[in-house]
Design a protein around this ligand. Structure first.
Ligand code: GLN
Length: 446
């Protein structure tokens, strides 16, 4: 803990933490030490973990990196935090993220962007940008993020670490600040596949507070490198599309060739729905967000405008002053696609498209063990670039949203750096509930 605290302090300019639980982490480490001596310590004894600031931890602030919750203290712990603590993890602090997890560069945070440790002028990725840099910069052993449309995987790829999003319905969302509930998933960000598997195994499984969880037993075993020959599909368009960075393409092509040399079957698949992935995701995610964020009204939670004089002005002014630009844009988009007259044209249509994407993904993953594709079309870009053009930054989610729409597990694996020293990531998708197989095979890339 002392070592990590030192590293956090030495790199304060990266803006990784919204709060560091300094004294508390030291005390807890001492308690865990004594349990280790007594032989009664849990499976995570010695593991120092950072959590994204949209994960509730009783008695601690949780802000979702928004002004509207900047002074809000959680009165209960999320199920994931309870499970981590029950196994003796030490939680070192809460990490900066995009406001309400909306974004892919950590630039929408009320507390400012997180800087990439590999190049301080570049973004960390997002929305779990603080969590990814915390691991990248050695400020903790592992971090917990949330992934709605790529927010664990994409920052992991920008930071050269592992980001794992399990099957939808595996990890409880109880105590996670909701963005888009039919997509939101908790996932670990780590340096090793073993750690991802360990944390996943502890966090996953049924919970009385989240009825969307599967009853299928988790049964996670330690990862074992899988040397059997696999059938792997790769997305043809990720190589043929002009929108994908040349070095990202090369890293994918190199792996395709290596996999073939090692006796695996690797074949291209095309996606007739590629153009619809991002629009379907943004219609559904913003619709759900507009509903989930209705609760921040200046009355129930958090920030209330000092200028408010009556109920209507309390709502209007608290929300106008409390939410940032990107969150407002999404509330308006979501409200629009759900409004009468537009519902069928946008929301209902996007749900149908989601079903088609789910079916197509299932067909591919029935025919192949894994689907291989880049995590992001380009490596970490310069801070400021994402903010100027929201559509451009939405389109950059092209490779991550498929797993989110389909609800299948996906992992981003670090596969080296480009010529500028920026980390690159590749992504593997697998069948619903095949986390063990996915993590076992992930070892191949490391
Ligand atoms: N970039 C995507 C979005 O802004 C994904 C964010 C996330 O997974 N939380 O919605």
């Amino acid at each position: 803990v002392a070592g990590y605290l030192h590293q956090i302090k030495a790199n304060g300019h990266l803006n990784v933490f919204n709060e560091v639980f300094d004294e508390e982490a030291r005390m807890r480490a001492a308690e865990v030490d004594s349990r280790i001596k007594q032989g009664t310590a849990g499976k995570l004894a010695g593991m120092v973990v950072a959590i994204k600031d949209n994960i509730c931890y009783k008695g601690h602030k949780v802000s979702a990196s928004s002004k509207i919750l900047s002074d809000f203290t959680s009165i209960y712990s999320s199920t994931v935090v309870e499970r981590l603590l029950a196994e003796d993890a030490v939680i070192i602090g809460r990490c900066n993220c995009d406001e309400f997890a909306m974004g892919a560069s950590n630039e929408s945070s009320y507390f400012g962007p997180v800087k990439n440790y590999a190049d301080n002028t570049r973004v960390s990725g997002g929305s779990s940008g603080g969590s990814a840099v915390a691991v990248q910069a050695g400020m903790c052993h592992a971090a917990i993020g949330t992934d709605t449309g790529g927010s664990v995987r994409q920052p992991a790829s920008f930071c050269g670490v592992i980001g794992f999003k399990p099957t939808y319905g595996r990890i409880s969302r109880h105590g996670i600040i909701a963005y888009a509930s039919s997509f939101d998933q908790v996932g670990p960000i780590t340096r090793s596949v073993e750690d991802a598997a360990l944390l996943y195994g502890i966090m996953a499984g049924t919970d009385d507070y989240d009825s969307t969880l599967s009853g299928e037993p988790v049964n996670m075993k330690p990862v074992l490198a899988d040397n059997s020959k696999k059938r792997i599909a790769y997305l043809q368009e990720s190589i043929s599309s002009p929108g994908v960075d040349a070095e990202v393409k090369t890293s994918l092509i190199d792996y395709i060739e290596k996999l073939r040399r090692d006796g695996h079957t690797v074949e291209p698949v095309t996606s007739e729905y590629l153009d619809y992935l991002v629009p379907a995701y943004y219609i559904l995610a913003t619709a759900e967000a507009s509903s989930n964020l209705a609760r921040y009204d200046g009355v129930h939670y958090g920030y209330r405008s000092a200028e408010a004089t009556d109920l209507t002005s309390t709502y209007k002014k608290s929300r106008s002053e409390g939410f940032g630009k990107e969150v407002k844009r999404r509330i308006m988009l979501g409200t629009f696609v759900l409004s009468s007259g537009y519902y069928d044209a946008y929301y209902a249509k996007a749900q149908k498209v989601r079903r088609l994407i789910q079916e197509r993904t299932k067909t591919i993953l029935n025919e192949y063990d894994f689907l291989l594709l880049p995590t992001a079309p380009e490596p970490a870009y310069e801070i400021g670039k994402g903010e100027t053009d929201p559509v451009r930054s939405y389109l950059a989610d092209i490779f991550t949203v498929q797993a989110s729409l389909a609800g299948v597990p996906a992992i981003s694996l670090p596969v080296g750096n480009n010529s500028k020293g920026l980390p690159l990531g590749l992504q593997l998708l697998s069948k619903h509930f095949s986390e063990q197989e996915l993590l076992n095979f992930s070892e191949y890339f490391l």
